[in-house]
Design a protein around this ligand. Sequence first.
Ligand code: GRF
Length: 196
Amino acid sequence: MKNVVVFASGSGSNFQALIDAQSDSNSNYRISGLIASRENIKAIQRAETSNIPHRIVSKKEYSDESTFVTAIDAALLEFQAEFIVLAGYLSKIPSSIIDKYRNRIINIHPSLLPKFGGKGFYGINVHSAVIAAGEKQSGCTVHYVTENYDEGDVIEQVIVPVLETDSPEILQQRILTHEHSCLISSLIKTIQKSES
Ligand code: GRF
């Protein structure tokens, strides 16, 4: 069992999916902690309900990158992190952390990367852009995290059709239901690969 720390900034439905699947027979991980970017988010409530410890590490509270890194490092050490999952964490992860966890840090993004990825493409913006571009399909991507936003190698993608009647919100919800299983299997695969 590998210790996995999840970073989240909002609802944490992906975090919840990882918690729920950690006791499955094919699981090779346990969620050892949550790093949240702010207080009062649903992801923290989910952590508390499941007795998973959390720390709040909010970038705006640190005057420079090195103190931000120190705070993240301390939380990762406390949770004995072996792998990291970014599941809707809105701050950029410092490059020294990415380097330390190279090939052991993954992110979920709600589009078919490389389409609709990069700076500014987060949350509902992604789905609004997909619909505005007249795309017939969208989906989600789990990929390794590198220093450039949304650019690391793809681990898994799920294609989801875009319907003519879709609003950005409806498309977002439909894709989210596919994100959960995609993230679980990608994490399991990432851990297996690191052990082979
Ligand atoms: C998901 O759409 C994920 O792809 C993106 O942020 C959202 C997080 O949703 N990176 P949730 O907090 O897991 O419900």
